[in-house]
Design a protein around this ligand. Structure first.
Ligand code: NIG
Ligand code: FE
Length: 411
């Protein structure tokens, strides 16, 4: 075949590529090229059609380093103000998360801080968190609102999320989590608050195009099944996807309900039972496991990994980055914890932050794997095999990050 000189924008050679198609999908001694932000060629070095320097304007020799899809953090509450280190001390003294929440701390404490901070300052603190994620190989982040609990502050959070995606080389997917906790103004009147979420907030946020999904914290200290159902119906009516914080502290049956509404994902799942697993398996829903929250709250109830696997449910892993139950920005650490705490294999953990995380965000066609035509988002690691990234906990041996075909300046 006749090749045009410099037909590609960029070409990475001598890489160990994990395509994440069928497990790692490892291609040792491989090369990958991109054109206009998309993957234009991928394969063994010996199949390159000509010598590298004639094929692309920019050629990067990786000398055996490992190249993977950019990581996808599919569940975060990244945009918030303040800090709850005081509650960490209470947790260590044996107080429960639910008791702290009931006594006015918990989500309410972060709501007060997030309502009172300026939009610019909220942007500054949140941007810094997002930057630490990029430094660990993340190229796509889902961000939930839910620390405003009034329209004004929920919009403020979602605008900040959008702006992060405008200034950083990262894809942001935003989720409206108005039904996160009952705001103090609605004490003892959850129904009226849910009315507001469904009739005012969802329509306004959908009209502004500021969220692609709606989430509900379905829990004894959150909202019940009937209330979750109303929120899902409103989300559907406005063309938004559905997600659910489900079965974190008790088995409410929320996963089953969310699956019936074709939720993109159900998240947490420590208390998920077999009927719930079956319901998830019958829909296109991804199970998102959050080892950071499990670890930080020192939970004892493990998510039913074996059952999820038996029923073939895709499992994603995320940070749940939030000030109350998972104050971390390290998705790489979560991959390690998914193995040590939840007994996943490093290969499964990789699928959890790439292909399955993409599916949880409705991005599986374009993100989360390396194949012709997919978006050229990848992470290059200073290791020889992808399992090494999971093994080195506390470190993220990132060598280089590529977003939409361009090398990200990490300085
Ligand atoms: O995913 N459980 C509800 N939401 C968060 C925690 C929020 C908070 O405590 O600030 C979670 O764990
Ligand atoms: Fe969460």
């Amino acid at each position: 075949m006749q090749m045009n000189a410099n037909q590609w924008d960029s070409l990475w050679i001598n890489a160990c590529i994990a395509t994440m198609q069928a497990g790692y999908g490892l291609l040792p001694n491989a090369a990958i090229a991109c054109q206009n932000g998309q993957i234009a060629w991928l394969g063994p070095m010996i199949e390159l059609p000509a010598s590298p320097s004639t094929l692309a304007k920019n050629v990067y020799d990786l000398a055996g380093k490992c190249l993977t899809p950019g990581l996808i953090d599919c569940h975060t509450h990244l945009v918030y103000a303040g800090n709850r280190a005081n509650e960490f001390e209470l947790l260590l003294q044996g107080q429960t998360y639910a008791a702290i929440a009931k006594s006015g701390g918990g989500i309410q404490a972060t709501v007060s801080a997030t309502r009172s901070i300026s939009e610019q300052d909220l942007f500054t603190v949140s941007l810094a968190r997002a930057q630490t994620m990029l430094a660990q190989g993340v190229t796509t982040i889902e961000i939930k609102s839910g620390y405003g609990l009034n329209l004004e502050t929920e919009l403020k959070i979602l605008r900040v999320a959008k702006r992060i995606g405008e200034v950083l080389p990262v894809t942001i997917k935003s989720t409206f989590l108005g039904a996160h906790s009952l705001p103090v103004e609605y004490k003892n009147d959850a129904e009226s608050y849910i009315d507001k979420v469904c009739n005012e907030m969802i329509p306004a946020i959908a009209a502004a195009g500021l969220a692609q999904a709606v989430d509900v914290f379905c829990e004894k200290i959150g909202f019940n099944l009937a209330q979750a159902k109303r929120v899902f119906q409103a989300a559907k009516a406005h063309g938004l996807s559905i997600k659910c914080h489900a079965e974190q502290l008790s088995d409410m049956g929320a996963s089953m309900l969310a699956s019936q509404y074709q939720a993109c994902s159900v998240d947490h799942l420590e208390f998920l039972s077999e009927p719930g697993v079956k319901a998830i398996a019958q829909s296109n829903t991804v199970a998102v496991l959050l080892p950071g929250a499990y670890y930080f709250l020192q939970e004892k109830q493990l998510p039913p990994l074996a059952l999820l696997q038996e029923y073939g449910v895709p499992i994603a892993i995320a940070t749940d980055c939030n000030p109350g139950t998972s104050p971390t920005t390290s998705l790489v650490l979560m991959m390690n914890m998914a193995c040590t705490l939840f007994k996943m294999t490093p290969e499964q953990a990789w699928a959890g932050v790439t292909t399955h995380a993409a599916q949880a965000l409705g991005l599986a066609q374009t993100h989360g794997a390396l194949a012709l035509g997919m978006q050229a988002d990848f992470a290059i690691w200073d290791v020889a095999h992808p399992r090494d990234v999971v093994y080195q906990f506390g470190a993220a041996p990132l060598y280089s990050l590529v977003k939409h075909g361009k090398v990200v300046d990490m300085s």
